[in-house]
Write a protein that binds this ligand. Structure first.
Ligand SMILES: Nc1ncnc2c1ncn2[C@@H]1O[C@H](COP(=O)(O)OP(=O)(O)O)[C@@H](O)[C@H]1O
Ligand SMILES: [Mg+2]
Length: 590
């Protein structure tokens, strides 16, 4: 018994992470109270039912007083009605509670996730986060909305029926007390095994799914290497493993079910047998025996229900532990209390003072060292350098996706760390190196730059970015669905769309990261004017690979291995020879 209670303690500990749900349940305390009330009522009705049956048999069938017969049957009916109403209410309240709690949890979790820093997303796989938002919360929904309710109800009815068994017949209850551990121990033992096996089966399924989604996302790579057979083989192996794990679980569970039925009905038969002798001997009435058997059935049923939901509660606890971890995650990039406000309108002066930085995943190699640069409001500065020189990193730091390890960055004389990053990013328009579009229509993708922009403003921006032509030629014009991540557009078209989006944002600071790399020379020449219009009056940092763009900059900064190696105009830098002249000769020849 001690070993068993210790085991129980440890297993109850496994449900401890569910305490993390309390902040989400707390707002619905009223609903919890209603649920507990209905639970109490339905438990009382359940436990009263055998008593009503006993009196119905002993008094109702004895037939001494016809009026009493009517009364006992009416009583039984009343208890049944009460049970029905209380059960319906209990189900209603607890299911509603589950839905509300999980809706809040999902909202809270998503809101939290979106505010975490880029560094976190580089450490974590997006698929994992999505599965926490969907699979783990789904698991919790069943637990809050049903399993927890079943567990509590079963515990109450088990305790209630145990007491009732003793009250009904202490002698028979004594026999039962010896029998019950004999039934429960094997059930608990095999139940744990089933839980472990089902966890394993689930992990195998998750593996197979991860493999499939990885492959489908890279379908171009798979088909271009003609590796379809190889991939189906890999997936089949993963599915096969999942199947084998599931087969083992199903077999064990089937055996467990048979054992449970034999044990429980064996025990009930034994009790009936002993009880029948008592009834013949006249020490017990038939009604009392029926009452006892009913309590035994109710008690055993609740133990069965408990073992069934326990595995589910444990799984949900695992899910909640993972969710709690996410909820506890604090973004390292966040607004200080109180955050300083940026001047309005923003001048757009930018200053890097001795900035050093290495990415958290590469603590040993610096992406930027001793980077100092000042941009006057409205100035256009071009960053050039070989790939990996740290050009994109400069823009990342200016957007405050990361904080510098040493030195500081200022906008209009204010250290970025004193600002709310959201306010800062509102004033910066970035055209990134790889334009990522949403699986939505063109209009929606463009409006992401300014959510409240009118349709005319959107088209105006598209026209300036040379995107209007191809967008209006799409089957549904601006309302055409662009495909997942915008795959239905060419690389150059995607870039023009992203430039239009930046135009629409109309921010005082503009960052262009090889914004025209996917454009042919002709399209680039076309949108060059648009870009120039865009740059006018804005502080612009432009990373470009074409001489045409670079030459127009007020100053050119040459970078290599995270350091500035030269600053000057095109002619000055050409005259110096060195890296710039070399790059110009190799890359800018077009
Ligand atoms: N997210 C990242 N995590 C770790 N290292 C990175 C990351 N992004 C870039 N780097 C590294 O930092 C260096 C500078 O990269 P980047 O600024 O993208 O170069 P550029 O834009 O000049 O080609 C490179 O060595 C690159 O491998
Ligand atoms: Mg880059």
């Amino acid at each position: 018994m001690t070993a068993d209670s210790k085991g129980r303690g440890a297993r109850l500990g496994a449900a401890a992470p569910l305490r993390g749900l309390w902040p989400f349940v707390r707002p619905y305390r009223g609903l919890v109270a209603l649920w507990l009330g209905a639970l109490g009522l339905s438990s009382v009705a359940t436990l009263t039912l055998p008593v009503a049956v006993r009196f119905m048999i002993d008094r109702g069938f004895a037939g001494e007083d016809p009026a009493a017969v009517d009364r006992w049957f009416a009583g039984l009916l009343a208890v049944a009605v009460m049970l029905a109403v209380a059960t319906a209410l209990r189900f209603y309240f607890v299911s509603l509670l589950g839905e509300k709690v999980i809706a809040d949890l999902r909202r809270g979790l998503y809101q939290r996730l979106l505010r975490l820093d880029i560094d976190f997303f580089e450490r974590t796989r997006a698929g994992e986060l999505v599965s926490r938002l969907s699979a783990d919360t789904e698991l919790l929904r069943t637990v809050v909305g049903s399993s927890a309710s079943v567990a509590l109800r079963s515990t109450v009815t088990f305790l209630g029926s145990s007491v009732a068994l003793v009250l009904t017949s202490p002698r028979l209850a004594g026999f039962a007390a010896i029998g019950i551990p004999l039934i429960i121990l094997p059930i608990v033992f095999f139940g744990r095994r089933v839980a472990k096996l089902s966890r394993e089966a689930q992990d195998r399924v998750a593996d197979a799914n991860a493999r499939a989604s990885e492959t489908l996302n890279a379908i171009h790579t798979v088909q271009s290497h003609a590796r379809e057979a190889h991939e189906s083989g890999r997936f089949a192996t993963a599915v096969g493993l999942a199947l084998a794990a599931a087969r083992l679980r199903i077999g064990t569970q089937a055996g467990l079910t048979a054992a449970v039925i034999v044990l429980i009905f064996g025990a009930i038969t034994a009790v009936l047998w002993v009880g029948a002798k008592d009834v013949i001997a006249g020490t017990m009435s038939a009604g009392q025996l029926s009452q006892f058997v009913l309590y035994a059935v109710i008690g055993a049923g609740s133990v069965g229900a408990l073992t069934e939901v326990w595995a589910e509660v444990q799984r949900a606890a695992g899910g909640m532990a993972r969710i709690s971890e996410l909820l506890a995650e604090e973004p390292s990039i966040r607004a200080p209390e109180p955050a300083r406000a940026l001047p309005a309108p923003l001048q757009g002066g930018i200053a890097f003072h001795g900035v050093g930085f290495h990415y958290p995943s590469r603590p040993d190699s610096a992406a930027l060292s001793d980077f100092s640069l000042q941009l006057e409001p409205g100035e256009t500065v071009a960053l050039v350098g070989p790939s990996g020189a740290g050009k994109s990193t400069v823009l990342q730091l200016l957007m405050r996706f990361h904080d510098p390890s040493t030195g500081r960055i200022e906008v209009d004389g204010i250290d970025l760390r004193e600002l709310d990053p959201v306010a800062l990013r509102e004033r910066i328009a970035l055209v990134p190196q790889d334009p990522l579009l949403f699986g939505a229509d063109a209009l929606e993708n463009l409006r992401y730059g300014r959510l409240e922009a009118s349709e005319d403003e959107v088209m105006e921006a598209a026209r300036s970015a040379e995107a209007h032509g191809f967008l209006s030629a799409l089957p549904d014009g601006y309302r055409t669905f662009l495909g997942e991540r915008g795959v239905r557009l060419s690389g150059g078209q995607q870039q023009r769309l992203v430039i239009a989006r930046a135009l629409l944002k109309n921010a005082p600071i503009l960052l262009l990261d090889e914004a025209t790399s996917a454009l042919d020379a002709q399209s680039e020449a076309l949108i060059q004017q648009a870009l120039e219009r865009l740059m006018a009056g804005r502080t612009t940092l432009v990373i470009a690979h074409r001489l045409a763009t670079v030459r127009r900059a007020d100053r050119i900064v040459v970078m290599e291995a995270g350091r500035i190696v030269a600053i000057g105009s095109h002619d000055e830098l050409m005259a110096q020879g060195g890296l710039y002249a070399e790059l110009a000769r190799l890359q800018f020849v077009a």
